[in-house]
Design a protein around this ligand. Sequence first.
Ligand code: FES
Ligand code: FES
Length: 162
Amino acid sequence: MINISFTLNGEKRSASVPPETTLLKMLRESLNLTGAKLGCDVGDCGACTVIVDGKAVNSCLMLACQVQGREVLTIEGLATPDHLHPIQEAFENSAALQCGFCGPGVILSAKALLDANPNPDVAEIRDALAGNLCRCTGYTKMISAVQTAACTLNGKPSEHSA
Ligand code: FES
Ligand code: FES
């Protein structure tokens, strides 16, 4: 077993896991954070997306030991007890998700984008969400929701609400 200490959703956490454990498995099975989903387990679907040091990553492709000393954000760290994050709010208001399985990954990909680029154009939003597969929606409302969230985060009125 190896001991891994890192910052998870703003708090210092640690876990003891076998060395071959993926970040996704550690989050879900050792730390009981099941927001990141196990879809394909080979890096194709993006359902397991989390943010590590500001970058969206597929947690099924990353070893848990790779986050030693780093900062990890999962979907559980986005909302406060009283408020959804503006991206979550925009997805809810735009009805941008159906079954929701892809949602945590899509929303975290959108967050990594908006943190790095507060005013993305549609091509940049498409590019940021390209690794997140959704079997239910046509992506149009997701893109519109990211545009709405960008306006909210920039303190501008939104023209993109569905
Ligand atoms: S479960 Fe990680 S990319 Fe599909
Ligand atoms: S809303 Fe069902 S997979 Fe995206």
